[in-house]
Design a protein around this ligand. Sequence first.
Ligand SMILES: Cc1cc2nc3c(=O)[nH]c(=O)nc-3n(C[C@H](O)[C@H](O)[C@H](O)COP(=O)(O)OP(=O)(O)OC[C@H]3O[C@@H](n4cnc5c(N)ncnc54)[C@H](O)[C@@H]3O)c2cc1C
Length: 474
Amino acid sequence: MSLDDGTARHRVVIIGSGFGGLFGTKALKNADVDVTMIAKTTHHLFQPLLYQVTTGILSEGEIAPPTRVILRKQRNAQVLLGEVIDIDLENRTVTSQLLERTTVTPFDSLIVAAGADQSYFGNDQFAEFAPGMKTIDDALELRGRILGAFEQAELSHDHEERQRLLTFVVIGAGPTGVELAGQIAEMSDNTLKGAFRNIDATEARVILLDAAPAVLPPMGPKLGKMAADRLTRMGVEIQLGAMVTNVDADGLTVREKDGTERRIEAQCKVWSAGVSASKLGKILSAQSGVELDRAGRVKVLPDLSIPGNPNVFVVGDMMAVDGVPGMAQGAIQGSTYAAKAIKAGLTGQQPAERKPFKYFDKGSMATVSRASAVAKVGKFEFGGFIAWLMWLGLHLWYIVGYQNRVVTLMSWAVTFLTNKRGQMTVTEQQVYARTALDALQEIEVNGRSSVAIPPVHTSSPAKALPKQDDEKAS
Ligand SMILES: Cc1cc2nc3c(=O)[nH]c(=O)nc-3n(C[C@H](O)[C@H](O)[C@H](O)COP(=O)(O)OP(=O)(O)OC[C@H]3O[C@@H](n4cnc5c(N)ncnc54)[C@H](O)[C@@H]3O)c2cc1C
């Protein structure tokens, strides 16, 4: 199906509804263009607060409002749900797919803001047992895995098994890992304290490990040490210089710097160690010759376009620009710049006349626990309560929608004042759907699955999966 209706207006297609996609679309609000935003989710996800969905502070709706509702008043914007599977630079079309339906959308200008996925550095098999935290699905699955481990420990009479069930390992000591480790520790020490009869939730062991020698490397040694000290006081074990070499259902193996290997028994593992840019970068590279960096990010020109295609911009986590971090501000500023370039083009500006994209560093922050964060703003580096208040204010400001802000503020008040969490619900589908779907997909392709029945021991997922030997007969 082609959506080309022969309109004379300049057609802008934007891929992605994250920070880059949404802010790019909004920046074109009053422009004389038709904007089509194509994204594979119906929502705009505020990724910085995903860990609070994982740990039961916020609901998914608070951080992921529907994009078409956000944009309902922007008359020149249309939102299409679908996964972009191809970009044709010569014919200037984008092909997307929703279920069995293929849609081809023509463009005059294109902003590609498809973000990044988790990277397992070539060990994708780790994903089965150590999911990442990039999407709402991920956050809900992790919530189920974390709380599910406590539930199983309550039922276990075996000391070693209990220890394994009550050991939580977060791999990757960047901002996401720090925030998540801190919240798992707070949840077990406060919210779950006294809620079980056979186990003491406060005895849960939380390990934050990284192959790098420091916590929060991008924020510098001072803030990294501040965050590490705070986590240590909260009982989080920090293990640095530890490279993960294997992950399985019951634990992981790490290699120390001296080459020795050791095993950590832990049912619940979370991967927050690396990113790999959207595969759409490869499509652009194959057609335009633009280079990709090691993480698959597109080495864009100074105006964020790609060679030979001055009206095709790559922004956000997909772009490789020196000095621009893979953070929300990079995506917001990049897509706003691209929107301005498109608007300027309508009034006759030539691509050669564009001023290069310049990133304005507004600083970076990470929360460590309730009432404690670290912040870097220009030359100033500080931590503690003031940084935490700034973190709260800033994140509240950037959450989309008045209602979401109010609800988030109330949820925070409940959690931070009473230690209670309003979103502790866990469902079976939450925990098993990803691995069950992976298994089904493999069965569809190969006739049988190498993906194990999900690692949490219950008979339910087996019910959801067809027996492999019976697959052909059924
Ligand atoms: C857990 C976590 C915590 C973070 N914390 C912070 C923080 O505290 N501060 C900060 O500044 N940054 C933080 N970041 C980074 C920040 O969220 C990203 O830098 C930012 O979201 C990048 O914006 P983007 O638009 O490039 O990509 P995204 O926001 O990831 O958006 C990508 C969009 O593209 C869509 N998409 C992807 N592939 C396709 C396809 N093939 N077809 C159609 N649509 C597609 C996705 O559905 C999504 O809508 C965090 C990230 C994570 C994962």
